[in-house]
Each structure stands twice: as structure tokens, then as C-alpha cells.
Design a binder for this molecule. Structure first.
Ligand code: HGY
Ligand code: MN
Ligand code: MN
Length: 398
């Protein structure tokens, strides 16, 4: 089945009527539906499906074994996300397997399609949680204790989804099976729009991290509290949001975002007692921590001006990643030297790149917009991506 038709099969799963786009988060109902859909489709291709103790799904074409060629991506989304970020890599992998099978190809080495859990961190706040757990790049106890917006821990959600929380954690045996990992993904910026190519090869992923800023003041009545008597955490929070943009502008190629800000209790006629905001900061090279420190100092000064306090907690951080040189060279050679693209978006492939030769293929997104309902890929480019993936998987798995 074509990748476009497979995407069509899940087009109504997890639509978000309030935000637009899709909201599919770790172990919630839409994501569980997508897990079931993937299992059915993989079984239909004769793949053996099993889910590891971190919630990552592995569909093996033949028996598991060492030096495996592994491809895949994720099915979860950001809140109100697009239709392609994640699922495109999964449907392209399924479609590539089917076309290789139809052409009589059989892998000469172990081969798996994988779906990683909670890549967006949309529920528990840490991106690439499934691949970080697989590789042991997040402490298992920290992961188990991660909480969603309702206070449910990852351990509780995993248990409810049928996993044993005690087994959550590094999986060196399974990681050790991977010989090479390849992820196809929709391009999430304007990189491929002006290059006249439907597909690109990934080169680097810039450093990126997430920090939680918690501002504490004095909750109070909006009408009975004079301005002079206030300690309103919304003020330093607002000052921090504008400081993020001002300070990031001073750092070459920096991207810094506050996309999530939560006042408590959140009443219209209530001075908040606390305000939490999350900073997503990304700078190529090693400059991210310094930028965040400047932002932290600005937040502290703004908090002091308003008689409030602020605490800053790093929730995740990944250094710059350069994908495997030899693999990148091979991918380019096998695909007729398409463009090579750096990206500011994080991916499971970038987590795995610290442990196995990993690479990425990108598919053109004519809107250049992602993490939004406007994310898009033309059907012709979707098929070109799946065909390119089949071409390189056949070479890798000979
Ligand atoms: O946030 C990211 O860069 C990715 O989409 N998880
Ligand atoms: Mn994403
Ligand atoms: Mn993604």
C-alpha cells in the first residue's frame, strides 16, 4: 500500500477539534489506536511485532538478530500537531517493506521497523523519551517520575497501558541488535522548498533543550489588592518571555521559544500564585547553556522587582549531533546526491546517533511549517520519499 494511502488510514485518529491538527500523546486513546493500527499493518506484512519494556514497538522482518537494519520514527504528536511529523517515517517504512517484498527482496540481515514512544514529549515533557530510555540516556527513576499536566506519572501511565514500570530503563541487549538506524521524516522548515528536490539527506541536528521556569508570588484578589501590595508572578513571567526573544537575537542562529505558560490557579479575577513557563532553547554548537543562563538572570531580576521568586529546572538537553559520515555518504550516493540538510528539529535518530550509525532522509514540506496543522507534504513527494527509503533499505539490508 502506498505511503499516502497508509497516512489516509490514520487521518482521523486523534484530530484535535479545539486546537486543530492532531493531539496524540503517549498511551492516550488516539496513540493507542495508532499502536494497534501499526501492529495490524505490520502483521499484514508478515512482520513479527513486539513492544519493548519502554513502550517502543519493533516489527521484525525475519528473526531479530545483530547488525540489524532498523528504520522508523514515531506516531505521537505535539498538541495540535501536523499529520506528517512522525507518521510519515512510519508509513514510509511500511510501504518500503511492502514494495521490497513485492520485488522479491528478502533481507540478508536482521531488519526491523520501529515506532518510538513519546518522541515529542507532548505528555511527559522529555522529547525522545522512548529512545532515551532504550539507550539509557535518561535515568529510569527520573523517567518513571515524570508527570503529565494532570499529575499522572509515566510509570502510572505505562502500567495502565500494560507495561511493567519496574522494567522501564536502558535496554542494552535490544540496542545492541541495531547495526544501522535510518529515519525518514517530513522536513520541518523551509530547507527543501527552494532546492528542487523532494528528498534530502540529514547532516546534523543542532543542540537543544527544555527548561522549566517556576515563578512564585502571592495569589490574591484582582480587585481588592492595590498594585503596591502585589507580588504577581505573571509580571516576571511576561518579562522573561520578551527577554527570551531579546537575548536570543544576540546569539547567532539561536532559536528560543516559550510556547507553554501556565498560571495557577488561572482565574480571570485572580492574581496568580504561581506561573510556570517552559523554555525551548536551541543553538548550534555549545552556546545554548550560556543563552539559558542569561535568560535565567533576566528572570531572576524581573522576579526580584516584583517581590517574587523563580526556580529554573533543566528538563532535557541534547548536544549537537552529526550523523554518521559513511552512512550519509552512502545514502547520498544511492539516491543520486540529493541535498544534505541540517535541522533544528530533534529526532530519535539523533539520540541513536550516539550509539549506532544513524542517518535521516527528509521529505519536502512546501509550507515550511511544522508542529502545526499547516504542516504538509505533497502526495508525489510522499511517494518519492518512500521510494527513496526502499532504495536505501535494500542496499543496507543486502
Ligand atoms: O522538538 C523537536 O524538535 C521534535 O519535533 N521533537
Ligand atoms: Mn516534532
Ligand atoms: Mn518528529
Amino acid at each position: 500500500m502506498s505511503a499516502s494511502r497508509l497516512l489516509g488510514e490514520i487521518a482521523d485518529v486523534g484530530r484535535d477539534p479545539k486546537r486543530g491538527g492532531y493531539s496524540r500523546h503517549a498511551f492516550d486513546a488516539p496513540e493507542q489506536d495508532l499502536r494497534a493500527w501499526f501492529g495490524e499493518r505490520a502483521l499484514g506484512l508478515g512482520l513479527d511485532v513486539d513492544t519493548d519494556h519502554n513502550g517502543n514497538i519493533w516489527a521484525w522482518w525475519g528473526p531479530p538478530g545483530p547488525d540489524a537494519v532498523v528504520t522508523g520514527s514515531h506516531l505521537d504528536s505535539v498538541p495540535g500537531g501536523g499529520a506528517f511529523d512522525g507518521p510519515l517515517g512510519v508509513v514510509s517504512a511500511l510501504s518500503a517493506v511492502e514494495s521490497l517484498q513485492e520485488n522479491g527482496f528478502r533481507p540478508g540481515k536482521p531488519f526491523a521497523v520501529v515506532v518510538f514512544a513519546e518522541e515529542e514529549g507532548g505528555r511527559f515533557g522529555v522529547p525522545c523519551l522512548g529512545s532515551r530510555l532504550l539507550t539509557g540516556t535518561i535515568d529510569a527513576d527520573k523517567a518513571r517520575a515524570l508527570r503529565d499536566a494532570d499529575g499522572v506519572t509515566f510509570a502510572e501511565a505505562a502500567a495502565k497501558a500494560g507495561f511493567d514500570p519496574a522494567r522501564i530503563g536502558a535496554d542494552p541487549e535490544r540496542l545492541g541488535l541495531i547495526g544501522k538506524f535510518l529515519e525518514l521524516h517530513v522536513e520541518q522548515g523551509r530547507g527543501l522548498i527552494d532546492l528542487g528536490s523532494p528528498v534530502a539527506v540529514g547532516s546534523t541536528v543542532i543542540a537543544h533543550g527544555r527548561w522549566r521556569f517556576s515563578f512564585t508570588g502571592q495569589g490574591n484578589h484582582a480587585g481588592a489588592t492595590l498594585l503596591a501590595d502585589r507580588a504577581d508572578p505573571m509580571l516576571p513571567a511576561a518579562a522573561t518571555v520578551t527577554a527570551v526573544r531579546r537575548l536570543a537575537h544576540a546569539v547567532p542562529d539561536a532559536r528560543a521559544t516559550v510556547g507553554r505558560l501556565v498560571p495557577t490557579p488561572g482565574g480571570t479575577n485572580v492574581i496568580a500564585s504561581t506561573v510556570d513557563l517552559w523554555l525551548d532553547a536551541r543553538v548550534p554548537g555549545t552556546a545554548t547553556p550560556a543563552l539559558v543562563e542569561d535568560i535565567r538572570q533576566a528572570a531572576e531580576a524581573a522576579a526580584a522587582d516584583e517581590g517574587c521568586r523563580v526556580t529554573v529546572t533543566r528538563e532535557s538537553y541534547s548536544d549537537d549531533v552529526v550523523f554518521d559520515d559513511a552512512l550519509r555518504h552512502d545514502l547520498g550516493g544511492w539516491l543520486g546526491a540529493p541535498p544534505e540538510l541540517p535541522t533544528g528539529a530533534g529526532h530519535d535518530a539523533a539520540i541513536l546517533a550516539g550509539f549506532v550509525p544513524a542517518g535521516m532522509l527528509y521529505v519536502r514540506n512546501p509550507t515550511g511549517i511544522s508542529h502545526s496543522p499547516e504542516e504538509f507534504a505533497e502526495a508525489g513527494d510522499v511517494e518519492a520519499g518512500a521510494a527513496a527509503l526502499a532504495t536505501v533499505l535494500e542496499r543496507l539490508a543486502r
